[in-house]
Design a protein around this ligand. Structure first.
Ligand SMILES: Nc1nc2c(c(=O)[nH]1)N[C@H]1C(S)=C(S)[C@@H](COP(=O)(O)OP(=O)(O)OC[C@H]3O[C@@H](n4cnc5c(=O)[nH]c(N)nc54)[C@H](O)[C@@H]3O)O[C@H]1N2
Ligand SMILES: Nc1nc2c(c(=O)[nH]1)N[C@H]1C(S)=C(S)[C@@H](COP(=O)(O)OP(=O)(O)OC[C@H]3O[C@@H](n4cnc5c(=O)[nH]c(N)nc54)[C@H](O)[C@@H]3O)O[C@H]1N2
Ligand code: SF4
Ligand SMILES: [Mo]
Length: 695
């Protein structure tokens, strides 16, 4: 018997809608949901490799309790009751002695985050964190400082753009299917792309203009662009008059930052900078200066991200066709909100401050809904602000995603309890006391997804096949644990249908509405706000605040004189990191198919620098940073700026149970120093200098 199941991919966080073909409880085919505009059957390599994850023997197959020292790989198989009783007993003792705040729950944001947040609060802890700060915390803060909205509340109208500028936003490798399909169609209609990166990525090869910028100097480029736009009055005057405050202050600030000045800093010719400003202005407001995620992370990142958002504001492209837009949710479509368990009445609101100083002393204006987990090791080691005794992680890998991983590992040794909810034998799973194996996305259903946008839609992850092993969905694991801790009343569901019905109760949508196409559109037409009078900026002034009340109130200047990012000393290089199309962060390196495509990472190094060091292409080199050293193969190339070296993120695994990935390549996370942008909240992952020598 063959059947189609509409669901949501989870080989990466993008969550593309999929159609899964199932025969005799086995997956025979996966493709993008053909009914969803912009997807239309498309799937990436990682999405296709979901089948290999499903059938993988090298993943946790049952609950496991550690029997030897941490990380020794000595385990005993446990039943679910045994494992959950064990965790509950330990947690209870910790909660009693040290209070709710001594337990930290970390996870990558996912469809069930409202349930994990419920769990954390129910046990009295303020310490739920997500990946957000590590990924794009400073982008989030930059948007809030200018518009009052977080970056997740903003989208890009790729399909109608006429001009796009990407700062290390390697969109064709670090990909999202729908965005690149829309962008490619815009490029077919004549949209122009400028790509800026110290490294020739795949995206660089597809761009109309590529600039190999000196690493860490994008801010200088942007100040010169703003200088030119203001001097030549290339901005959208009506829009700026109506919606922007602080233009005079901006004008005075950028006065000294001429294109000629920026040329010396960035290596990009002044005349080209002026040309870009003029070209973009010609097609405004259908212009996108992409605010990016990962490239150019330095301690002053807040000012780079703000300068990018300001360029969009000057083009009038915020809430414009072909520019950026505010995502519209259920309310804008005249519906009630999707239900969330963490909003239920009576759920405790812990009064202790967060462990990570998010929204507090360390990161006063970072988004404390997400936290700043890069302080985890410091907090544990120094008991600052209080003792932390237990860590529960769900779909998050502190040992490969938090900078200076060796120090993180050392800090974990101080904990009384580490519990990991996982689908892989990750470094953190292997270092835990208990592994609670989650069923993979094809084996489980999850909470409904609200996809806000110009046309808000609801998507649903349905279970395609039965679990291959003794695993459970996280929403069930947390409910069963909560029950054992005496807070089961906050989890009033037995089945996924109970969760769905609770979520849908105010929406005017039923489960049957998903049956035909796997999703529900809440409107027929795009919802744009009226650019003359209807844009609902959430700043105190109701406008885009170039002089930001959020920042100034916290004592951070909106504009700071340009300070060049430190240049590498003779014989050292700036370490840059990034992704490739075949892997998801740190998750897929052991996947049977994807491991074959890209089995290890290499160190990109400029050929002149390599020649000086006597390093040959393919040769093993030692890379040494102030905090660690690793070895990997060199990739000698002219396609990188001579001041930098580059490696893919996510390799250098040490868990023997992952036989395909173990010992291959090097971990960037061990090498990078733990330095942060204290205003924006992101770790400065491109701010470490390394030396290189033949191994
Ligand atoms: N295949 C795949 N796709 C993904 C993901 C994945 O894991 N795999 N993850 C998703 C997630 S969570 C994210 S955050 C995004 C990340 O998407 P991107 O931000 O596009 O991510 P990276 O691949 O890290 O690319 C960063 C680029 O910045 C460049 N760079 C470094 N320093 C500088 C600099 O000073 N200036 C400039 N202009 N560039 C610089 C690097 O050379 C690198 O090419 O991708 C998403 N899509
Ligand atoms: N050094 C360095 N650090 C970085 C980055 C970098 O480039 N360099 N990138 C940063 C960025 S952009 C991001 S977004 C973060 C991402 O950081 P993470 O969220 O930690 O990384 P992921 O690889 O997305 O997934 C983490 C874990 O989730 C597990 N997992 C996958 N699917 C499931 C599931 O269905 N259920 C459960 N329970 N677990 C699952 C995977 O096996 C993996 O171990 O890392 C950040 N940290
Ligand atoms: S981008 Fe690829 S891996 Fe990520 S959700 Fe979409 S299909 Fe799956
Ligand atoms: Mo990310």
């Amino acid at each position: 018997m063959s059947k189609d199941v509409y669901s949501i991919c989870f080989m990466c966080t993008v969550r593309c809608p999929i159609r899964v073909q199932v025969e005799n409880d086995d997956v025979t085919w996966i493709e993008g949901n053909p009914h969803v505009p912009g997807i239309e059957g498309a799937l990436c390599a990682k999405g296709s490799a979901g089948v290999a994850l499903l059938n993988d023997h090298e993943r946790p197959q049952y609950p496991m309790i550690r029997t030897g020292p941490r990380g020794s790989g000595q385990w005993r198989r446990a039943t679910w009751d045994e494992a959950l009783d064990y965790v509950a007993e330990k947690l209870q003792a910790i909660l009693k002695q040290y209070g709710g705040q001594s337990v930290v729950f970390g996870e990558r944001t996912n469809l069930n985050t409202h349930i994990s947040k419920t769990f954390t609060r129910a046990i009295g802890s303020p310490n739920h964190f997500t990946h957000d700060a590590l990924c794009k915390g400073s982008v989030n803060t930059a948007f809030r400082s200018l518009t009052g909205y977080t970056d997740t509340e903003v989208g890009i109208d790729y399909g109608n753009t006429r001009y796009i500028v990407l700062y290390g936003r390697n969109i064709f490798e670090s990909l999202e299917i729908k965005s690149i399909n829309m962008l490619l169609s815009a490029m077919e209609k004549g949209a122009k792309m400028t790509y800026i990166d110290p490294r020739v990525s795949i995206t660089a090869t597809k761009a109309d203009r590529y600039w190999m910028i000196r690493p860490g100097t994008d801010l200088a480029l942007n100040y010169a662009l703003i200088h030119t736009i203001l001097k030549e009055r290339l901005f959208d005057t009506d829009y700026v008059r109506r919606w922007v405050t602080g233009l005079n202050e901006l004008q005075a600030f950028v006065e000294p930052y001429t294109p000629e000045w920026a040329e010396k800093e960035t290596g990009i010719p002044a005349s080209e900078i002026v040309t870009l400003a003029r070209e973009a202005s010609e097609v405004k407001p259908a212009v996108v200066f992409h605010y990016g995620y990962r490239g150019a992370h330095h301690p002053n990142e807040i000012h780079l991200r703000r300068s990018i958002v300001i360029l969009n504001a000057l083009m009038g492209s915020i809430e414009a066709k072909g520019g950026l837009f505010f995502k519209k949710g259920a309310k804008a479509a005249g519906r009630g909100d999707l239900g969330k368990y963490n909003q239920q009445e009576g759920l405790p609101k812990p009064s202790a401050p967060r462990f990570d100083g998010s929204g507090g002393d360390k990161f006063p204006i970072a988004d404390s809904n997400h936290g700043n987990p890069q302080t985890l090791a410091h907090a544990i080691l120094n008991e600052d602000p209080y003792p932390i005794k237990a860590l529960i992680v769900n779909r998050f890998e502190p040992l490969q995603s938090l900078p200076d991983a060796n120090t993180v590992r050392k800090a974990l040794d101080k904990l009384d309890l580490i519990v990991t909810i996982e689908v892989n034998f990750s470094e953190i799973a292997w270092y835990s006391d208990v592994i609670l194996p989650e069923s993979i996305y094809l084996e489980r259903a999850d909470s409904i997804q609200m996809a806000s946008g110009l046309k808000p839609q609801l998507f649903i992850r349905c279970q395609a096949v039965s679990p291959r092993y003794d695993t459970k969905p996280a929403w069930m694991i947390l409910k069963e644990l909560a029950g054992r801790l005496g807070v089961g009343r906050y989890f009033p569901y037995e089945t996924i249908e109970d969760i769905w019905n609770f979520q849908l109760k105010d929406m005017g949508v039923t489960l049957e509405d998903f049956a035909k196409k796997g999703f529900v559109a809440l409107t027929d037409s795009q919802i744009f706000w009226d650019r003359k009078d209807g844009i609902k900026f959430k700043t105190p002034s109701g406008k885009i605040e170039l002089v930001s009340s959020l920042m100034e109130k916290a004592g951070f200047p909106s504009f700071e004189p340009y300070q060049p990012v430190e240049r590498p000393a003779e014989g050292t290089f700036r370490l840059m990191v990034g992704r490739c199309a075949a892997h998801t962060h740190v998750s897929t390196q052991n996947n049977l198919y994807l491991n074959e495509l890209v089995p290890e990472n290499e160190l990109w190094i400029h050929s002149a620098a390599a020649a000086k060091l006597g390093v040959k292409d393919g040769q093993k080199v030692e890379v040494r940073s102030p905090v660690a050293a690793s070895t990997l193969k060199a990739k000698v190339t002219d396609a990188i700026h001579p001041e930098a070296v580059f490696m893919l993120h996510g390799f250098g695994k040490t868990v023997p149970a992952q036989t395909r990935a173990c010992g291959k390549g090097a971990s960037d996370t061990v090498l990078v120093e733990n330095i942060s942008d204290p205003v924006g909240g992101s770790p400065a992952l491109d701010h470490t200098f390394v030396t290189v020598r033949p191994a």
